[in-house]
Design a protein around this ligand. Structure first.
Ligand code: MG
Length: 405
């Protein structure tokens, strides 16, 4: 399987006579890699909400930052910076308790819209490498890079590049876990936080699992953990020693899952989510351009093409995205969302030019551009809720999948 996967984003090419326009219709990937030879990355941003706040407001740098309600409120901590964690502050802790632990902590109200924006930026980076992306939350995702867009056989190398791209683009760090299945990749990403990278190979997974605390297994919460403890099971090797029937007797279906997982068996594929509706158009140039007349007129053509397609589909969108790929394949994306109204032709053109000037003149002056793309999303008739990005790992989903396997 491999060669026939090239078209999995469903791109269509239309020869316009002048140049090739690629119209991307983003859709769910149907591709699944062979479970025996998968290369999976689990990428988890470090103290995500708090890190975004600190990045956006340099005054917060180096301070214990708590994203959540005010200390007087009944709210809980959504995220705590590493400085705050030194005081024992953790996610889901009542804000009042966090305040008692560290009265000098800075409490910041969450700005989910902003976190979603940064998350989208990170997902754009993922998509440079693979289309097989399964988000667990705004700041966590699995990526199947068995076959990837840069034809790199080393998943570790791909993970390093992704981490570097994320840092360059957002100023934030994330930790990567790399392994041959989702479970091990997720466990691995937690091993060297923050800014970590950890690999579990088929050769060392057994040793790793023997020494692991069983409470780290996804799905093992407080209740299951204390039950495991009462059975004398704290470390992986203790779980490994138990027969499957014994675990099934005590934990039902979850026992089967525990039996499999401690042997490093997890055949769940990384299942790409359905892309949020977006409509896009992009063009790779015959030669690379610096910012100037040619690049501007290429952008005009893209804007016209996009407007045409929007009219055809009767789309009314609020968010405009610009994608720029430089001569060295470094790719960045920027987006603007209208607070009011919808994008019309004039607005698309104006905003696209404004963003292009910002990117090529201010941010990356003197860098030649090989590709430009424009897209619209956030359609006026679209529901506000973006389920895919907020989807959390559901233990029962997991059980069902594991149970059937
Ligand atoms: Mg995280």
């Amino acid at each position: 399987m491999g060669e026939n996967l090239a078209g999995l984003t469903g791109s269509q090419t239309a020869d316009t006579g002048l140049y090739n326009l690629t119209i991307l219709i983003l859709d769910t990937s149907l591709y699944m890699s062979d479970p025996l030879v998968r290369k999976i990355i689990h990428l988890d941003m470090d103290a995500f909400y708090a890190s975004v706040e600190m990045k956006d407001n340099p005054d917060l740098q180096g301070k214990p930052v708590i994203v959540g309600g005010s200390p007087q409120s009944r709210g809980v901590v959504s995220a705590a910076s590493y400085e705050a964690r030194k005081f024992g502050i953790r996610s889901a802790m009542p804000c009042s308790r966090a305040y008692r632990l560290c009265p000098k902590a800075v409490f910041v109200k969450p700005r989910f819209h902003r976190y979603q924006e940064v998350s989208r930026q990170i997902h754009e980076i993922f998509r440079v490498y693979t289309d097989i992306i399964e988000p667990l939350s705004l700041d966590e995702a699995w990526l199947d890079v068995t076959i990837n867009h840069i034809d790199c056989p080393s998943a570790t190398w791909v993970a390093q590049r992704i981490k570097k791209d994320i840092l360059n683009e957002t100023g934030l760090t994330g930790s990567a876990g790399i392994s041959y299945n989702k479970f091990l990749a997720k466990i691995a990403s937690d091993e060297r936080k923050p800014d970590g990278l950890f690999v579990i190979t088929p050769d060392n997974s057994a040793d790793f699992l023997r020494e692991m605390d069983v409470k780290k297994i996804p799905g093992v919460g407080k209740v299951t953990n204390s039950k495991l403890q009462s059975l004398g099971i704290e470390k992986g090797f203790q779980l490994f020693e138990k027969p499957e029937d014994y675990l099934k007797n005590h934990f039902g279906k979850f026992g089967h899952y525990l039996y499999q997982i401690i042997r490093g068996i997890d055949h769940r594929p990384v299942s790409s989510y359905r892309e949020r509706k977006s409509l896009g158009i992009e063009n790779t140039f015959k030669e690379d351009y610096l910012y100037g007349t040619e690049l501007k007129s290429e952008l005009d053509r893209l804007a016209e093409g996009l407007s045409k397609r929007m009219r055809k589909k009767d789309s009314r969108a609020r968010t405009l995205g610009l994608k720029v790929k430089f001569h060295d394949f470094h790719q960045i994306t920027r987006s603007i969302t209208l607070q009011q109204g919808i994008l019309d032709d004039a607005m698309i053109s104006k905003l696209a030019h404004k963003k292009l000037a910002e990117v090529t003149e201010a941010e990356y002056p003197g860098k030649r551009v090989r590709l430009l793309g424009l897209s619209v999303s956030n359609f006026a008739d679209e529901e506000k809720e973006d389920v895919s990005l907020n989807r959390q790992l559901d233990m029962f989903d997991l059980l069902e999948i594991m149970g059937s396997g």
